[in-house]
Design a binder for this molecule. Structure first.
Ligand code: HEC
Length: 158
């Protein structure tokens, strides 16, 4: 003979049972909402990311341009067209130098020249992010950069 179980359930008043059922129903509903919401969010996520990236790009270019005119244009010229220092707005320079290379040069400077290290790590005044912002700015010049094969001679270029 199976033993007759006497669980607490048998003693539950009816109102408590109803209340538990309601909680259970709400719980199920929330679960369904979450199950539907996550894939929807995932569908939208690439767009959100792309938007955020585009916005960051716009901000980087703007800030980078300001940083460049404050810190670099005295030697490299306004709009990087060259001065006492190389013309950075040069098709030849930009197409042969990667973002990382430019960032490294700006970070560590060029010893034996007036191009000093700009990174805070090397006694300069700029953060890594500010340097990246300037690189982003310089990169935007590339599509319209004039041909300046002797970019290293700066404004003295013919
Ligand atoms: C005091 C003048 C001076 C300032 C200010 C200056 N530079 Fe320079 N920069 C130079 C000189 C000079 C060179 C070339 C050094 C050499 O090749 O011997 C140079 C070289 C460079 C190069 C390498 C160019 C090449 O031909 O490979 C980059 C990139 C550069 N500078 C970026 C910057 C940026 C960005 C800033 C602003 C944060 C800046 N510079 C500020 C003087 C300056």
């Amino acid at each position: 003979m199976p033993e007759k179980r006497s669980g607490p359930k048998l003693n539950e008043p009816e109102w408590l049972q109803r209340s538990l059922d309601r909680y259970l129903a709400w719980g199920l509903l929330f679960m369904v909402v979450l199950i539907v919401a996550f894939p929807l969010y995932r569908l939208r996520e690439p767009t959100l990311r792309a938007d955020a990236k585009a916005e960051q790009q716009v901000n980087y270019v703007k800030t980078g341009g300001e940083l460049f005119s404050q810190n670099c244009s005295s030697c490299h010229g306004k709009q990087a067209t060259g001065g006492s220092a190389p013309t950075l707005n040069s098709k030849q320079f930009l197409s042969t130098t990667s973002d990382n290379q430019i960032a490294l040069i700006v970070t560590g400077g060029i010893s034996g020249s007036s191009m000093s290290p700009w990174s805070l790590d090397y006694g300069g005044s700029l953060t890594d992010e500010q340097i990246r912002q300037m690189v982003t700015y310089l990169r935007t010049l590339e599509p319209n950069a004039p041909s300046v094969p002797d970019w290293r001679t700066g404004a003295k270029a013919p």
